[in-house]
Ligand binder design. Structure first.
Ligand code: 73E
Length: 871
């Protein structure tokens, strides 16, 4: 490793080498020095927030030491590096995760594996908890001070967060690249039952987890024009792009600690800043105000995360974000590569870049531009390097989510890139024409440029496929679907081997150990794994199967669930303004039925709430017909129906679903006749830290998307990992969950994806009768049973089913949904032992869904990358 420090000075450096704290006392000393020096506070005004910051700074100090060593080690070994480009990283809180993952040993090199601090799974967290107590703080309260890093919308962003955790844990030399939004996903308030968005200014108090790299500033250009040497006609020749607007990308790094390893990887987030270059023409014109305003515009690029999940709006600022981030990241990657002075042809041996959806597709074009225009490589040599470097993950087949940029917009913002896209397309179409001569239809179908009447558009998914060596879907069904639908032609062109599947996963550190410490403890006791090694090898969980029918074990298992349900009941009470709606006395016999995820018609929260209405109406009918409440309870036992999730601010139907849930909640919860047998609650502002409370508390969770629409889903995995059962459609990763845990342990219902087209067609061209059960529900809704002011308020939800073709097939699946819910009630209330057995077996067989497995598959089948293990 090169250094500027002369040899004779290094001794001094080594003498004063910084050390990690490794005991509670050393931590306390660190903590106090951060209170005094970093925060400029003292014993006399150290509140919980200051304590959180001082704790985090102290922990960060330890991580930074390992972070530096990790980077040196990875550079020295010179293995292949992986870069994960994602516009979203939904990290949630960092402190508790760091306490779980962090190693406290002073130096990994000089501490053997027998050392206590190394082998005990929980040491550093326990140690700090005790030290905090001595200092006068409660760790649980301190952890609550941290705002979520909510730089993502939903599953796609959370997947990226789980991936960086697994990459570090697996010792892969891998960095994440993203944007440092000043505003993450909005905070959701519920006012009069409606979603109201408020800005998430998460950096209000300084963020102890980021390291500002003021020295790393990359100039990024937009607009302008292209210049070529005189007489040069070809756009394939090295060209000069003279940018018209320039901003700076400044790096902010977040340390990502692996679990039970001293590897600490990096998540680099870019922040947009104005340049200090001065526009003299403006100044001379006396237009000082305007030139300041233009500079302020720079910051707007990373101001806010676009709050749409599975939907693309096509806004210019979004494209600017994408290019800004791709260009800064590639500049950084290329700079690092060039330090080694290896030939360009070895670029793909040194670097793998994974594209998280099409959002970073401009990185493909930018690398081609760097190689051709700046490094003067021949076009085809450059393109060979590019395609060997990139791989693309598709996350959705939904038309409205597939990115397309108008040629006119892209050509204005990035004129040179537009030329390069045309040339990529030209060579691609030529190769297609050669293999499939005279198939004009095929050519127009696969062209990167969509020639629709009037406006030509760049199809980013096609560009991503053409510029990558591998394309993967995120669950088996989804990976099959993309091959037979949206990318069918490309399978014909490239062959099926270019397309592969890597089923999603989640990190068990956060979603089991951190979210559900009680269950983690029971597991480690039961399988005799005091050091929590199962969190690295989840196949160890199969040991639990032995105990699935053991009654005393089942009781312990159930006790953990009750504890977690009480924890959620407390949260719900707090969110409900201190009013308790859950009857704690009967909590053991109350089924917690949960659906938390982004609100989307395809995820069918409307079907869920219709099911709740159906249940309520049936209960009322029984009572009216003279049944006793005990008789009603016999058929409709105790249940709490819990919803949560954000709607995109402009998504009218999703917002209406939220309002309906809240309106139903008001009616049902206020109805004393049904005596607490049914409760409904919408949890406002669903986010990662709330998910950590919600997930462990579910008896049943709902994953009920229209078959073929949910690419994978990942919360399904989280619930199973926490011993919850699933009611779900044969969609996304539900398919593999069924395979892994067994079909006896999941409640599947509904039509299959292969029948969806025909069902939709039938809705369009034949008016089939809607099921009686659904009509009853819709009548009640239409007659204003849940409307407070405006009777026809929910009409659009009804109309979409009755009169607009029922695109999401609620009417086709409703009866089997209701029937399956009945079955759920029966098993939960009449066959509790069976239920608990299913729950245990689910956890026993959930191992496949660890994101560690998932990352290993990427490394082996797509990146060809190997771990760099600490000695
Ligand atoms: O099924 C989920 C999947 O589990 C899918 O809807 C989601 O990605 C998860 C992780 O693979 C997803 N999000 C988006 N597309 N698919 C998306 C699209 C545009 C903007 C933001 C998010």
């Amino acid at each position: 490793i090169e250094t500027n420090i002369p040899v004779q000075s290094r001794e001094l450096w080594n003498k004063h080498k910084v050390k990690k704290f490794s005991t509670g006392e050393e931590f306390e000393e660190k903590f106090i020095s951060h209170v005094e020096w970093t925060l400029a506070r003292s014993l006399y005004n150290c509140d919980d927030l200051a304590a959180y910051q001082a704790t985090s700074q102290s922990v960060r100090d330890n991580l930074v030491i390992d972070w530096n060593k990790t980077q040196q080690r990875q550079t020295a070994r010179g293995g292949k590096r992986v870069y994960y480009l994602s516009l979203e990283f939904l990290m949630g809180r960092a402190l508790d995760n760091a306490l779980i993952n962090m190693r406290t040993d002073t130096s990994t090199e000089d501490v053997g594996e027998t050392d206590e601090t190394l082998t005990k799974g929980n040491t550093s967290r326990e140690m700090i908890k005790n030290a905090m107590k001595e200092l006068g703080f409660k760790l649980e309260d301190i952890l609550e001070q941290e705002p979520d890093a909510a730089l993502g919308n939903g599953g796609l962003g959370r997947l990226a967060a789980c991936f960086v955790d697994s990459l570090a844990t697996g010792n892969y030399p891998a960095w994440g690249y993203g944007l440092r939004y000043q505003y993450g996903i909005f905070a959701q308030k519920i006012i009069n039952g409606y979603q109201v968005e408020t800005p998430d200014y998460w950096l209000n108090f300084s963020n102890p987890w980021e390291i500002e790299r003021a020295e790393i500033q990359v100039p990024i250009n937009f607009y302008g024009y292209v210049d070529r040497p005189q007489g040069e006609q070809s756009t394939l020749a090295p060209s000069d792009w003279i940018g018209g607007e320039r901003v700076l990308a400044m790096a902010h790094d977040m340390p990502i600690p692996g679990f039970k390893t001293s590897t600490v990887n990096n998540l680099r987030l870019w922040n947009a800043k104005p340049t200090t270059e001065f526009d003299f023409s403006k100044f001379n014109n006396g237009d000082y105000k305007n030139s300041v305003e233009q500079q302020q515009r720079a910051e707007s690029i990373t101001a806010v995360l676009y709050p749409n999940d599975n939907f693309e709006q096509g806004k210019e600022l979004r494209l600017k974000q994408q290019y800004f981030w791709c260009a800064a990241s590639l500049h950084d990657i290329v700079r690092r590569f060039k330090k080694n002075k290896r030939p360009w042809s070895e670029f793909p041996d040194a670097i793998a870049i994974q594209l998280n959806d099409t959002h970073p597709t401009m990185a493909i074009v930018e690398l081609q531009r760097i190689l051709v225009d700046l490094e003067k490589l021949d076009w085809h040599k450059a393109w060979d390097i590019v395609t060997k470097t990139f791989a693309y993950t598709n996350h959705t087949v939904m038309q409205e989510a597939l990115e397309k940029w108008p040629v006119q917009l892209l050509g204005r913002l990035l004129p040179r890139h537009m030329e390069i896209i045309y040339d990529i397309n030209w060579f691609f179409l030529q190769s297609v024409e050669k293999r499939f001569p005279h198939d004009m239809d095929l050519l127009s179908r696969v062209s990167i440029i969509e020639e629709a009447a009037g406006d030509r558009q760049v199809r980013m998914a096609f560009l991503a496929i053409i510029g990558s060596h591998k394309v993967n879907g995120v669950a088996e069904l989804h990976s099959d679907l993309i091959k037979s639908t949206i990318f069918q032609d490309f399978v014909k062109i490239y062959g099926a081997n270019k397309f592969t599947n890597v089923t999603n996963g989640i990190t068990p550190r956060r979603w089991l150990k951190q979210a559900n410490p009680k269950l983690a403890q029971l597991i480690s006791e039961t399988i005799n794994d005091p050091n929590d090694d199962y969190l690295l090898d989840m196949s160890k969980l199969t040991e639990l199967s032995k105990h699935a029918e053991d009654e005393s074990f089942q009781k312990k298992w159930n006790d953990v669930k009750q504890f977690n349900k009480l924890r959620l009941a407390d949260l719900i009470k707090r969110l409900n303004g201190g009013v308790d709606i859950i009857d704690r006395e009967h909590i053991r016999n109350t089924l917690f039925d949960i659906q938390v995820k982004r609100i989307h018609e395809y995820k069918r929260q409307q079907m869920n709430i219709f099911g709740v209405i159906h249940r309520y109406l049936e209960m009322k009918e029984l009572l009216e017909a003279g049944s006793s409440i005990e008789d009603v309870a016999e058929k409709y036992p105790r249940k709490v129906s819990i919803f949560g999730g954000k709607s995109a601010p402009g998504y009218y139907m999703a917002k209406l679903i939220i309002k309906l849930v809240n309106s139903v909640a008001e009616v049902v919860n206020g109805d004393t006749e049904i005596q607490d047998l049914l409760k409904v609650f919408f949890i406002p502002d669903y986010n990662v830290s709330k998910a950590e409370i919600i997930t462990p508390a579910s008896d049943l969770s709902e994953h009920i998307s229209t078959a073929g629409t949910e690419a994978s889903g990942t919360s399904n995995m989280k619930f199973v990992m926490n011993g919850g059962l699933i009611i779900g459609t044969v969609d996304g990763a539900n398919v593999e969950i069924t395979r892994e845990i067994g079909e006896d342990n999941i409640f599947l219902f509904g039509n299959l994806s292969e029948n969806v087209d025909e069902l939709r067609y039938n809705h369009q061209f034949h008016s089939s009768a809607l099921p009686e059960s659904l009509l009853k529900v819709m009548d009640a809704v239409e007659n204003g049973a849940f409307s407070t002011e405006n009777i026809s308020e929910f009409k659009p939800l009804i109309d979409s089913i009755k009169h607009q073709g029922d695109y999401y097939l609620v009417s086709d699946d409703f009866e089997s949904y209701i029937a399956t819910q009945h079955l759920v009630d029966q098993v939960y209330h009449k066959e509790k032992k069976e239920w608990l057995k299913k729950s245990v077996l689910s956890v026993a067989n959930v191992g496949f869904f660890s994101s560690d497995r998932c990352i290993e598959e990427y490394a082996e089948t797509i990146w060809n990358a190997e771990p760099v293990k600490p000695e």
